[in-house]
Design a protein around this ligand. Structure first.
Ligand SMILES: Cc1cc2nc3c(=O)[nH]c(=O)nc-3n(C[C@H](O)[C@H](O)[C@H](O)COP(=O)(O)OP(=O)(O)OC[C@H]3O[C@@H](n4cnc5c(N)ncnc54)[C@H](O)[C@@H]3O)c2cc1C
Length: 479
């Protein structure tokens, strides 16, 4: 490739298209690369656009305001009132999040890439990205294979990595203290979902609700994760589960089972008395799929010399809900703007790019470390303790506050009226207090996110120490 670009955006998924649009709108010469062709743009794997398809309205409103992207039907397939989280015995239901949408992911992908092109980005499909070009310790472009399977190399002043969770650029960055090459399996959920046409066998809002996205906490059905039933248009449903590897192994060992993710999804569908007479929705060959999603805080830094990352490549999904569409949209819109400013200032150093770290942290990232703590705590509870905890430990308001990363004041004395019985419950409650204290500490640390790379190492050391202690205290214990 002969042409020179200011910015290469690798990956034309959600974060990639919005990064490319933002950078092009900011006046930069942008190349947007992806391995798929236009008809399959945004498709994550051979299994399709694998996703639960749910996004909060607040995220959709943010990109509209930040970058001028207005999403409408049919991309916004169904509007829901919120997300409801149910206890394993279904006796307790907390309403989270507020209004949101179930999206049509293949249609969303086309709207996004068209938006990037219209904003001025050059879009090049059929280009597999194999790794970063490194010159003088700085990312200076990418290399890979084109549609004829021939090697290509293309240089740019800045690369934005939007290749998703298994990014080939991030994994091949030179070892450094800012961006991790690999993500621990403890922080990954194996997930899968089906999009089904079905005939509802009666009415029961604990199993299917046209107006709400349902989440089932259940360590036997979905160890270390949860199951979901999200409504879609035309009598369809998006149904799936996420599981954590260690929790699944422990659960299988204790129950003498050999269940796999695939078997568990089928069991979850079977368990639901309302979702009957199912037929896979074959539209876009997107009816059944499996993929991974991270449930940790985003990487502590999202930049490296000549490099920025957004979306799943930087582990941005929410640690409790695994919702990554909103963070990918938010990060993309911010990253593109900052990238264009860096090119205009002729400065793609870490010092300049650091403002992206700070802005993402302000807008979304500052609560995710606390949420990671809560996710690790939740994985240490079996069904009985989750049932009990959702009845006695937390009010709905407190649980909602936690889900937003706003930590309520829960103390032993303040919650004395929350009757505790049995040593397991007392220990679980003490652990909740400890988790909440850690969440507060994490939130305070992220309020003091480093102003520049110079103070990053010292700050990161404290973050790592805190998280290590949390992982030592709360071990997966699904059964
Ligand atoms: C089963 C499941 C359910 C989920 N449910 C929800 C949900 O309900 N709500 C929610 O908010 N989030 C959900 N998520 C997470 C959400 O789907 C992701 O966070 C989101 O897709 C991230 O967008 P992205 O642009 O960062 O990456 P991706 O969507 O992964 O896009 C990456 C792009 O890069 C391209 N690419 C990858 N590698 C290469 C390469 N080597 N060369 C060239 N191109 C490449 C891909 O083709 C793709 O276009 C779910 C995830 C899974 C797996």
């Amino acid at each position: 490739m002969e042409k020179q670009y200011d910015i290469i955006v690798a990956g034309s998924g959600i974060s990639g298209c919005l990064s490319a649009a933002g950078a092009a709108k900011g006046g930069a010469k942008v190349l947007l690369l992806d391995r798929n062709d236009y008809s399959q743009v945004g498709k994550k794997t051979n299994w399709g656009w694998v996703c639960g398809d749910a996004v909060a309205k607040t995220h959709v409103d943010f990109v509209n305001k930040e970058i001028g992207l207005k999403l409408t039907e049919p991309v916004l397939d169904v509007e829901v009132e919120g997300v409801q989280v149910l206890s394993p015995d279904l006796s307790r239901k907390f309403q989270f999040e507020g209004a949101g949408y179930s999206l049509d992911r293949p249609k969303l992908a086309k709207v996004l890439v068209d938006f990037a092109i219209k904003s001025g980005a050059e879009y090049l499909p059929h280009h597999e990205v194999e790794g970063p070009i490194i010159e003088d310790g700085k990312v200076a472009g990418v290399y890979g294979r084109d549609e004829k399977n021939e090697q290509y190399r293309v240089n740019a002043k800045l690369v934005i990595d939007c290749l998703g969770v298994s990014s080939t650029i991030r994994r091949k960055l030179p070892p450094n203290n800012y961006i991790e090459n690999m993500i621990s399996t403890d922080d990954i959920e194996s997930t899968g979902r089906y999009i089904y046409h079905f005939d509802p066998a009666g009415e029961d809002l604990s199993y299917y609700d046209k107006k709400n996205a349902l989440i089932h906490l259940n360590q036997q059905l979905a160890p270390g994760g949860y199951g979901w039933v999200f409504p879609k248009s035309n009598g369809r449903v998006n149904i799936g589960i996420g599981v954590e590897k260690k929790s699944l192994e422990l659960r299988n060992a204790k129950l003498s089972k050999k269940d796999t993710l695939h078997m568990l999804i089928d069991q979850y569908v079977e368990w639901n008395p309302l979702i009957k007479n199912v037929r896979v929705d074959e539209t876009d060959a997107n009816g059944k799929g499996y993929w991974s999603v991270t449930v940790r805080r985003q990487f502590d830094s999202l930049v490296f010399p000549g490099y920025m990352g957004a979306g799943d490549s930087m582990a941005m999904p929410n640690p409790i809900s695994a919702g990554g569409i909103g963070p990918a949209m938010t990060a993309g819109a911010i990253a593109g703007k900052v990238a264009a400013e860096a090119v205009a200032a002729k400065d793609t150093s870490m010092d300049f790019l650091w403002k992206y770290n700070r802005r993402y942290n302000e807008v979304y990232g500052n609560k995710t470390a606390g949420l990671e703590v809560f996710r690790i705590y939740l994985q240490s509870l079996n069904n009985e303790l989750i049932n009990y905890g959702m009845q006695k430990f937390l009010t709905e308001e407190e649980a909602i506050a936690i889900s937003y990363g706003n930590i309520p004041d829960i103390t032993i004395s303040g919650t004395f009226s929350k009757v505790l019985s049995g040593i397991a419950n007392i220990n679980a409650f003490k652990n909740l207090l400890s988790a909440v204290k850690r969440m507060k500490e994490m939130n305070r640390l992220y309020e003091r996110y480093p102003e520049s790379p110079a103070s990053f190492d010292a700050w990161k050391k404290i973050v790592n120490e805190n998280m290590h202690e949390v992982k030592e205290r709360f071990k997966p214990n699904p059964i």
